[in-house]
Every structure is written in C-alpha cells, then in structure tokens.
Design a protein. Structure first.
Length: 392
C-alpha cells in the first residue's frame, strides 16, 4: 500500500484571536512515510506592529516582516505547496492554525490531523502534551521553538513517530476504531479515522495477528504462574524481623541515616504490641481463621499485617488481598509500607535473583469500564468526534 503524503503546518501570529490578530510567519513540511520531501517558509507582513510579548516569544521583529509579502500574496503559493496529491494537513493544536488560515480566506478542502489529539490517544499518561514536551518524550530535536518551520518540522517528525505506534496496537483495537470511524468519521468529521483504517488494512495485508491484550508492566502474576513456595518458617522470621538488632531496625536506621535524622534514630523503640499483632495475623492466616483486632495509634498496624501477609503468601504460594477503608491509606501502603516489607522480606529470606514480592493495586469497580456496556454504547449510536477520541 502506497504511503500517503501529508503537509505539516505551523503559524506564528501576533496573538490568539483569529479574527483580530495577524499571521507573521508560515512554515510547512511535505512528507511521505518517514521521508521529508519539501519545505515552505515565509514571513508574512501583518501590516501592523508586532506586540513586544510576541517578539520575545518568537524572536520575530518588525524589521523582519517589513518587506515580506502580505497573506493575500502568499495564499496562491501556499495552496500550490499543498498540492492535489496531499491527503491531509498535520498541525499541533490544528484548530488554532486552521482557524487563522480560514479567517484569511485559505481553504485546503482537506482534513486536518491534530498531533495533540493523536498523542493523547497513542501516548496516554504524558504529563504534558505541548509540542515541546512531546518532542522531549520522543527524543525529537526541536531546534528553535516558536519558529514556524522548526515547529512544522518537529510536528512532522512527531506525526511519524505516532503513526509508527499504530502498528503496536492490538489488531482488535485497530479494527474496532476503524469500524467506528468508518461509520461515523466522515459524517462527524473525525479525521484520525483514516490513520486507523490504514493501519488496520496494513496489518491485514501483512498477515499480522496481534494479541488482543498485552501483559501488564506491573508486578502482578497471571493465575497459575506464581513461583514455587519457599520452605521457611514465617513465625520464627517475624520474631527475627522485629529483633532489637534485626533487619527492620537496620532498614529504619539506614533510612534515617540517609535522611541525616540522628535524633529520630536514637529515639526509635521496638513495640511489643506490633510483634504480638504480627504473630497473631500470621496464625490466623495459617489456621484459616477470622481474626479481629483493634490497635491504638502508634502500634505499627500496617507493618504488623503486611509482613505476615507477605511471608504467608510467599510460603504458601497464595495471594493475599488487603482492603482499605480510604484511598489515602491505600496509597500509603502501596508507596511507603510495601517497599519496606519488600526490602524486609529480601533480608529475612535471602531471596535468590528474580524472586520478588509482587503487588498490584486493585481499585473499586467504579474505576473500571464494563466491556459489555462499552460495546453496547459503541454499537448503539453514531459517535461524535469527542466520543471517538475517548473510544480510541
């Protein structure tokens, strides 16, 4: 299948309002696949002074545009650059650039693909979706930000990276998005559907059968794949863990030493209630009993039930579920206590390489999609562009 030709476009303007402000620079990059074919760059005379703030951001001065052509003079050349063989335009925050061009009478009669929107689909979890942040994320060199040609080139390279990521999506995901886009994309004007359609067609042509889901990057283990249980005596290890010179004291000592908190190191005392609770928790696990405990502040409850739970799990090769009353406690256990328990287990058990205490966070049902209801929603209505983006 022949690669489509795209034109990445970027504008520098005197402000953000397409009806009042003016274009001062246009940059465009024509590309096909991963190859840049041609570039277009020109200053534009705005026929007014450039605000000082814009000069500081772009580095474009009034003298730079004084002898430049007006937008009316540039339009024919720009339209010629976006020739008939171009499938679509590409821009970052495309509505901004397209809005300015349309306000100046420029109509390409082609879809505009937004790398901001594509990145939000294909790079979920980024802290920022600005062009600069995404270029840093993808190791793309952006030589001079807020200059039209440099931004257009960076946008083209970002689009190439995003397009290549489509091949990593499961075949079922590509097919579902392509199907939804085919039925609603042209009607609701959601340009990205053509990329998913191409990727789905390419995967079919190459005979790729991709998995419908990917293994988790977390620390959980699939059912039936847990390691063999360890031949240890956890009850004795609990006593050893809380001993005056045991691994827990050593860990706390090292942590406080790293924090340069000498006074806290001197003030730490072992808590008999914590040791008794830990032994009782493990006994309840081992004897398959229900055990109810109420312990006051300062007992060290979290460690008193997490350590025996970890030792029991690793001894019997069984999962242990810890339910919390608040999200704050859930986060505290996962981010603070579990690392301590993991380090403690390693010191107690002298674990071999690859032997880990694996944990996973399971939220309440309200935090997860119901696949059946999602499928009913997808098939039961014509989706808007926003809904298609969420689905993708």
């Amino acid at each position: 299948m022949q690669e489509r030709i795209f034109v990445a476009l970027d504008l520098e303007t005197t402000g953000l309002d397409a009806n009042r402000d003016r274009i001062i620079e246009i940059g465009a990059v024509r590309f096909q696949g991963n190859q840049i074919l041609d570039t277009f760059i020109t200053f534009v005379n705005p026929q007014r002074a450039i605000p000082l703030r814009i000069q500081q951001i772009t580095g474009i001065r009034d003298k730079d545009v004084a002898n430049a052509p007006t937008i009316e003079q540039i339009i024919p050349e720009l339209l010629a650059f976006v020739s008939q063989d171009v499938t679509a335009l590409v821009a970052h925050n495309a509505s901004f650039d397209m809005g300015f061009l349309q306000a100046n009478g420029v109509e390409f009669h082609r879809p505009a693909l937004d790398t901001f929107e594509l990145a939000s689909i294909l790079l979920p979890g980024c802290s920022s979706y600005s062009l600069g942040a995404l270029c840093a994320e993808e190791a793309i060199v952006l030589d001079e930000a807020h200059r039209a040609l440099d931004d257009a080139r960076a946008t083209a390279l970002l689009f190439m990276r995003l397009a290549s990521r489509l091949a990593d999506l499961p075949a079922t995901t590509l097919a579902a998005i392509a199907e939804a886009g085919q039925s609603a994309g042209r009607i609701t004007n959601w340009p990205p559907y053509l990329l998913f359609e191409d990727a789905c067609r390419r995967a079919t042509t190459l005979g790729h059968t991709l998995p419908a889901s990917r293994p988790s990057n977390g620390h959980s283990a699939p059912a039936g794949s847990m390691d063999a249980p360890l031949a240890i005596e956890p009850a004795a290890l609990i006593d050893a863990a809380f001993a005056p010179d045991g691994p827990l004291v050593q860990l706390l000592d090292q942590h406080l030493l790293d924090q340069d908190n000498v006074e806290q190191r001197r003030g730490y005392e072992l808590r008999p209630g914590q040791i008794k609770m830990a032994q009782s928790v493990y006994q309840a696990f081992a004897q398959n009993e229900h055990w109810l405990v109420e312990a006051g502040t300062g007992t060290g409850k979290s460690l008193a039930y997490l350590l025996p739970a970890a030792l029991y799990s690793m001894t019997t090769n069984q999962r242990v579920v810890v339910a919390t009353n608040t999200i704050a406690l859930q986060d505290q256990l996962l981010n603070k206590e579990v690392p301590t328990v993991t380090a403690l287990a390693h010191r107690l058990l002298k674990l071999p390489p690859g032997k880990e205490l694996r944990t996973i966070l399971l939220k309440g049902r309200a935090n997860y999609l119901c696949p059946r209801r999602l499928e009913q929603w997808r098939r039961g209505r014509l989706l808007s562009p926003v809904e298609l983006k969420v689905l993708a």
